[in-house]
Ligand binder design. Structure first.
Ligand SMILES: Cc1ncc(COP(=O)(O)O)c(C=O)c1O
Length: 470
């Protein structure tokens, strides 16, 4: 006790609060940590915090223990190359995008992109071509694109000559696309095809078997690793390997944490081992039984493809996701992702022992206290199939800006993203011109994301002088 300053930072880390934790990391306060990592953490504290000694090396060294572990993980996952990352999926997505798209080029990005990809566009002066997605008005969720939808996107984008496509699979809520069909379409596009980067932060690397060129994993979201441990997997010849290593050099620390590198290796190896498969199966079995029980009690759950993501359709209960989250939080149930019409619980690889006892009871209470007539359908964002910011993202973001109310923002260019977090998906991107329907939709979003969207928006300041506008 005495060795800790009496700050909340240490108190929160030291004292478990007895909550039912249904949030990430997926190891659930260590219960589901990969066994090799767990044993490492039992060693004398700090003894494992090694620098890039010659025998140890680092992610960009051709030789050494890290290189060997990366090669072993590539083989386990069916990739040709694997790089470990210590700045989450965020850092590796950025490195991958910078490697695929030179400055001034265009890339196709889904509207539900993670904000790290937007930041990569700024860093690399890449123009994002944002493609719209199907929308579920009942739950207010973006859905994965169908092959027919993606075909329309590719046709619309053809005259703009994008150099790469990013897909997200599965989504935060565990919704999966027909990835082999999507990748095949992109690889056939225009005859020679385009490279595909799949953000599998919430997935397991299956995008490789679907043919993706580059795949990014976050080992704390779907594996038994610590936060910030991540992997980039690569195959084929549709990208420049040297360019990829160069952008990894630009974006990763020069002192990668040995603990996080070991965490990535341990989580990847455990996920493919018999013990890891059995652990997942046990968790999935419990998740399926819980799902059945909740459905038997009349709870609407979103149909998804990841059984360890339980998505309560709160809108159908007449409750906003954020409202449900706040109510449950006050009663010691901590969900992962509140959204306007849904609340996602991450059950993790070793769900808490009290899950089956506490969650149904808490949800029954929630429904009794806050439930009512279903919320009206959510309006889809009024966006074209394909949109590009009118002003370069980084220029808009760095421009002198002013804050105006949303009605006054009509016709102006956004200077900052509007990005509720989580999920970290921007609703507005710097450089986009805000039209009337968009301003009205964003105004409506304010009510749906309480406290997350201000009543003003930053727009690029008008320049003094004639003929200039912002
Ligand atoms: C779809 C998606 N991609 C990437 C990331 C970033 O992952 P990390 O937190 O490991 O950097 C997230 C984080 O929530 C995400 O949801």
């Amino acid at each position: 006790m005495g060795e800790f300053p009496d700050w909340p930072l240490f108190r929160l880390l030291r004292d478990p609060d007895g909550a039912l934790d249904l949030h990430l990391p997926a190891h659930g306060r260590g219960r589901g940590l990969a066994p090799a990592l767990r044993s490492l953490l039992r060693r004398p504290p700090g003894s494992w915090d090694l620098p890039e000694l010659p025998a140890f090396g680092g992610p960009l060294e051709a030789e050494g223990a890290v290189a060997e572990a990366q090669a072993a993980c590539a083989a386990l996952l069916g990739a040709e190359r694997c790089w470990f990352g210590v700045n989450g999926a965020s850092g590796l997505l950025q490195a991958a995008l910078l490697a695929l798209a030179p400055p001034g080029s265009r890339v196709l990005l889904p509207r539900n992109l993670h904000r790290s990809l937007l930041h990569a566009c700024v860093l690399g002066r890449i123009e994002p071509l944002l493609f719209d997605l199907p929308f579920d008005p009942i739950n207010g969720l973006w859905l994965p694109p169908s092959p027919a939808h993606l075909e329309r996107v590719l046709a619309a984008a053809a005259p703009l000559a994008p150099v790469a496509v990013v897909l997200l699979d599965p989504t935060y809520q565990g919704l999966a696309a027909d990835l082999p069909a999507l990748v095949a379409l992109i690889h056939a596009h225009g005859g020679s095809g385009l490279p595909v980067l799949v953000d599998q932060a919430h997935g397991d690397g299956s995008a490789l078997a679907a043919g993706a060129d580059l795949v990014v994993l976050s080992l704390q979201k779907a594996g038994g690793g610590l936060a910030q441990s991540a992997a980039l997997l690569a195959q084929g010849t549709r990208f420049d390997g040297n360019g990829l290593e160069r952008s990894l050099l630009w974006l990763q620390t020069s002192s990668p944490s040995a603990l996080l590198l070991a965490s990535t290796a341990a989580a990847l190896a455990h996920g493919r081992s018999d013990a890891g498969q059995r652990q997942r199966l046990r968790a999935v079995r419990r998740a399926r039984e819980l799902r059945q029980r909740l459905e038997g009690l009349g709870f609407p759950l979103v149909a998804n493809q990841d059984p360890l993501r339980l998505v309560l359709a709160t809108g159908a209960l007449g409750i906003r996701g954020g409202e449900a989250d706040g109510w449950l939080l006050r009663r010691g149930v901590v969900a992962e992702l509140p959204e306007p019409g849904a609340l996602t619980f991450c059950l993790g690889l070793a769900p808490p022992a009290a899950l089956e006892r506490r969650l149904p009871r808490a949800l029954l209470d929630l429904r009794r206290h806050l439930g009512g007539t279903p919320l009206p359908p959510f309006a889809p964002p009024p966006l074209p199939l394909l949109a590009a910011p009118e002003l370069e993202v980084g220029l808009a973001w760095r421009s002198p800006a002013e804050s105006v109310g949303l009605p006054q923002a009509v016709g102006r260019i956004a200077a900052e993203p509007l990005c509720p977090y989580p999920p970290g998906i921007p609703l507005l991107i710097p450089g986009e011109r805000i039209d009337g329907p968009r301003a009205a939709w964003l105004e409506a979003q304010r009510a749906l994301w309480p406290g997350q969207i201000a009543d003003t928006v930053k727009v690029v300041a008008r320049m003094a002088g004639p003929g200039t506008s912002g």
